[in-house]
Design a protein around this ligand. Structure first.
Ligand SMILES: [Zn+2]
Length: 158
């Protein structure tokens, strides 16, 4: 059996718009203090999606969902992840597992891990682990949220 590994990275700055919710891993973490971006700016969903596309050799999330396409404005990124799962399945692959590290100084999201993992796992089609990490003031967490994801795909055989 052959496997394919993929890695994904995404980061978004905090938005100036106080009315924007903070959405991470498909979960509304806070009603305010969200990230700026074309969609809901869910860095965790974006990183997992990019890793799955990379592993399947299907390009990038930016190519599949261009910023220029109004269809994706304010989009629920878990819906984008479902579309990525379908594209990956169409290429003959399915998720073995995904593992994510999320760098953010605030707010504390540890209590929301189970909800994020459940929502992401259902969308991605396999187990997804989410590990919050305080970057202790290092650049990766300054002024926004960053996420790194690793995925493994296996052939989608009946
Ligand atoms: Zn993004």
């Amino acid at each position: 059996v052959s496997y394919r590994v993929g890695s994904g990275f995404d980061s978004h700055l905090f938005s100036e718009d106080p009315a924007r919710p903070l959405v991470l891993g498909g979960v509304v973490v806070a009603e305010t203090g969200g990230l700026s971006g074309h969609s809901d700016a869910d860095v965790v969903a974006h990183a997992v999606a990019d890793a799955m596309l990379g592993a399947a050799g299907l390009g990038t999330i930016g190519e599949m969902f261009p910023d220029s396409d109004p269809l994706w404005s304010g989009a629920d990124s878990v819906g984008l992840l479902e579309r990525v799962r379908d594209a990956v399945a169409g290429a003959g692959w399915r998720l073995v597992n995904a593992d994510c590290s999320v760098a953010l100084e605030r707010p504390v999201i540890a209590g929301l891990r189970p909800a994020m993992e459940k929502r992401l796992g259902a969308a991605a089609g396999g187990p997804v682990s989410v590990k919050p990490k305080r970057p202790e003031g290092a650049a990766a967490g300054a002024g926004g949220v960053s996420c790194w994801a690793a995925v493994l795909l296996e052939p989608d055989e009946p």
